[in-house]
Design a protein around this ligand. Sequence first.
Ligand SMILES: [Zn+2]
Length: 280
Amino acid sequence: MKKLFIDIGGTHLRSEIVSEEHTAEDMVSSQEVGLLSYIDKQATLHPDISFIGISYAGQVNNGIIAASPNINIDEYDIASVVKSRYGIPLVIDNDLNCAVRAESAYWQSDNIAALFVGTGIGAAVIDHGSLVKGSRNMAYEIGHIPYQETPFFCGCGRNNCIELFASGSGMGKWLKHFGSDHDLDLNRLKNSDIEEERLIASRFEDAFLHASGVLVTLANPEILVLGGGVIEQNPYLGTLLEEKLKRYALNASLEGLRIEMSVLKNAPLEGAKLLETQNG
Ligand SMILES: [Zn+2]
């Protein structure tokens, strides 16, 4: 029997088909392929899939997709449609909820917060061994905390989210606003000759520090683990947090706090592999 694990973000859909013998990896553009149509293809190619675990960059609850600022949705009621179409049990959870499960296992910590910055910025928390879910599995949607007004809109419909500053998509929106067609590499923006580009980088850093400070102050974790594509490409952000977080968080919350960089190749995908047993 095989198991299909999927990590779908704003840019890529990555998957692994895991059998006892081997693992087959795949990656496609998440802007071009819908989640259900991807599953349709895989379930047809591999009729012996016995379980599907999905890490999803959006708001999900009980197998139903509620919203996703950065992904086009081809089916909201994903778990029951796949179950009725193929008879395959499917568990889907928010990507950061998946990531923090994997990080908790890796760091062997029961009090851990994950903050990941890629296309979006997201967070999740495990408190005394339990994932903090909220009433509808939407706790710690830190990217959409009000921050400062912007001249454009977030995928969630508002124009003042942290994500509009401290994320890949946010930097892209600012570049477009300033009429720049340069790439959105944070390091390049930081050292740019153009004042507006340096401003995008400094606003990113401030919003990132703000998000981190809010997360640490509210959740009081033992470990804050940083990950996601933008963090991986800019490891200096970890040092920046070590140096400046005290200006953005309650002092007492910082006592004993460890800041770690994720070392997992793909923490959300690794967390999706835990969904079959940890979906409590
Ligand atoms: Zn938003």
